[in-house]
Design a protein around this ligand. Structure first.
Ligand SMILES: Cc1cc2nc3c(=O)[nH]c(=O)nc-3n(C[C@H](O)[C@H](O)[C@H](O)COP(=O)(O)O)c2cc1C
Length: 314
């Protein structure tokens, strides 16, 4: 049976993100994949309300779904997304990061948290791979969080990112068609997706540019100064995306590189085990709040003042 490769874009119709995605998908199709494309602009996707209905259900071991399931198209698309063997996501850069329609769609993933759904037998385990394409009018400088924001939305549904393409310098609609190198790069993304699908899951690795980004673990290009974490763990420098910890070191040729320390992948957010550490944090910090009636009572008392403050709106 042919493998299913889904493309999800948030770009303009016939715009750069859609074209580069099609270029990659066609390559997959040429190699026998059954390809499908979804442009989020054709669908109604509502914002996560933050109601925590889904996570409260999960804490009781139940798949209660999302309160918006019957109100918009997220569930319908998600079912196709989680059935796919590979997904290629493409999104325009708005204000340095992936555009809000992409983020709105992906930030609804919490109620479809795959590790949970697999544990309770609601869905079968799949080793999902994906590739990311971020498109912008400028250079890396003005797309500084584009791929990184896309990467950050891959955790909840356990997508393993095997390639990323930052398409720079294409502000006008379909302008990427003038850049043969860029189109060829998108084709390569398709090749890499197929290569990953033909590789046994446990042997799948990063197939993008070898030295892409600062982080040798997730290839993000974004580092932050580490601060003491809730459990006391402290790294001098952290990868903003995967949370790898380490420090900057100077190489023999005088350049800087980010070196991950021995225990630096303890909380690697790209893995189920690493994310489980975050669940421990939630249990401790949020759970600690909910389990303590005195704290909730105190909040309710203090909240009265803020509920009563009336500030005019428009
Ligand atoms: C509201 C808005 C904000 C934008 N911000 C950025 C930006 O921060 N960096 C950048 O490189 N391009 C920015 N762009 C340009 C788009 O990323 C560019 O036009 C891209 O080609 C759109 O992709 P599409 O053709 O797939 O829709 C912005 C465009 C809009 C409409």
């Amino acid at each position: 049976m042919s493998q299913k490769v889904l493309g999800i874009t948030a770009g303009r119709k016939n715009g750069n993100s859609e074209i580069l995605l099609k270029e990659a998908l066609v390559r997959c199709q040429e190699q026998g994949a059954d390809v499908t494309i979804i442009n989020l602009r054709d669908y109604n996707i509502m914002d996560c309300t933050g109601c925590t209905f889904c996570t409260k259900g999960m804490s009781e071991g139940k798949n209660v779904g999302c309160i918006l399931d019957n109100k918009d198209d997220k569930k319908k698309i998600n079912e196709v997304m989680l059935e796919a063997d590979a997904v290629i996501f493409s999104a325009p850069t708005y204000d340095l990061m992936a555009c809000s329609s992409f983020l709105r769609f992906m930030m609804r993933n919490l109620s479809y948290e795959t590790a949970f759904l697999e544990t309770i037998g609601a869905i079968e385990h799949k080793d999902r791979v994906c590739a990311l394409i971020a498109v912008g009018g400028s250079t890396r400088s003005w797309q500084s969080m584009a791929l990184e924001t896309m990467q950050a939305t891959m955790f909840t549904c356990d997508f393993r990112v095997i390639d990323m393409l930052l398409a720079t310098g294409v502000p006008a609609p379909a302008q990427c068609l003038l850049d043969e190198k860029l189109l060829a790069h998108a084709t390569k993304v398709g090749d890499n997706i197929m290569k990953a699908l033909k590789t046994p899951p446990e042997e799948r690795t990063w197939l993008g540019e070898e030295n892409m980004g600062w982080c040798p673990n997730c290839h993000s290009n974004a580092l932050v100064l580490g601060e003491v974490q809730w459990d006391g763990l402290h790294y001098p420098i952290e990868c903003q995306v995967c949370g790898a910890g380490g420090n900057l070191e100077k190489t023999e040729d005088g350049k800087w590189k980010f070196v991950i320390q021995k225990d630096g992948l303890l909380k690697d957010r790209t893995t189920v085990a690493g994310r489980a550490k975050h669940l421990e944090e939630i249990m401790e910090v949020q759970g600690g709040f909910f389990r303590n009636p005195e704290k909730s009572a105190l909040v309710n008392v203090k909240l009265v003042k803020y509920k009563e403050i009336q500030i005019k709106t428009i």
